[in-house]
Design a protein around this ligand. Structure first.
Ligand SMILES: O=C(O)c1ccccc1NCC(=O)[C@H](O)[C@H](O)COP(=O)(O)O
Length: 220
């Protein structure tokens, strides 16, 4: 049975990075969107990332950033991959990824009218646009772009696509096992559901989230 990967996003403190790593997170997300309550500067992220051990990926998350903005972060914070969470075109994602030489996840923010065909078409477009495209992260459409704790209808995800997507959007300790059993995604991603306050993670919730994912994997 494929192990469901885990991304913990919106990390701002060393103790939260340590808690996520200790819980077995496969990826850690750092938000470079100044309007987010989880925003970190390049220097802050560089310090946080320096404590991340081998084999745990670091994800730099941007919303409508320019190439120069991304380059400036890359010069200071050694992230392994990009996550584009705004209104970027596929071409803009591909160009920025090529400029910094990093793979990227493209975020599709799912609306009520979004169809499975839309998801498959977006993936095909991204794959055709860049060899650096690593996969879709599916989140719920919100005006604030992300980190909103809102769930979308997982039923929209085609079974053939599920093993290649990161499932995100309003997951919680209590809902993630059901999400894994229903969708069987490549990975799950969470931010608000493992927090005490915005940007302040809760180590016990991170542990419980990871345990719930492992339990669902064992039931697979
Ligand atoms: O986390 C944020 O504050 C944020 C702000 C703007 C764009 C994206 C943001 N987070 C991106 C993520 O990958 C979150 O983990 C994802 O949106 C899920 O968040 P949540 O629903 O709170 O679990």
């Amino acid at each position: 049975m494929q192990r469901t990967r885990i991304k913990i996003c919106g990390l701002t403190r060393p103790q939260d990075v340590q808690a996520a790593v200790a819980a077995g997170a496969d990826a850690l997300g750092f938000v470079f969107y100044a309007k987010s309550p989880r925003y970190v500067t390049a220097a802050q992220a560089g310090a946080l990332m320096s404590a991340v051990p081998p084999f745990v990926s670091t994800v730099a998350l941007f919303v409508n950033a320019s190439i120069d903005e991304v380059r400036a972060v890359a010069a200071v914070a050694p992230f392994a991959q990009l996550q584009f969470h705004g209104d970027e075109t596929v071409e803009q994602c591909a160009a920025i990824a090529a400029a910094v030489g990093k793979p990227f996840m493209r975020v599709l923010r799912v609306r009520p009218e979004t169809s499975g065909a839309d998801l498959l078409a977006e993936e095909a477009l991204c794959r055709a646009a860049s060899p650096l495209f690593s996969g879709l992260l599916l989140d719920t459409f919100v005006d604030a772009y992300g980190g909103a704790g809102k769930v979308f209808d997982w039923g929209v995800i085609p079974a053939g696509l599920a093993p290649r997507v990161v499932l995100s959007g309003g997951l919680t300790v209590d809902s993630v096992a059901g999400a894994v059993r229903q969708v069987r995604p490549y990975a799950v991603d969470i931010s608000s559901g493992v927090e005490q306050a915005k940007g302040i993670k809760d180590g016990a919730k991170i542990d419980a989230f990871a345990a719930a994912v492992r339990m669902a994997d064992r039931e697979g």
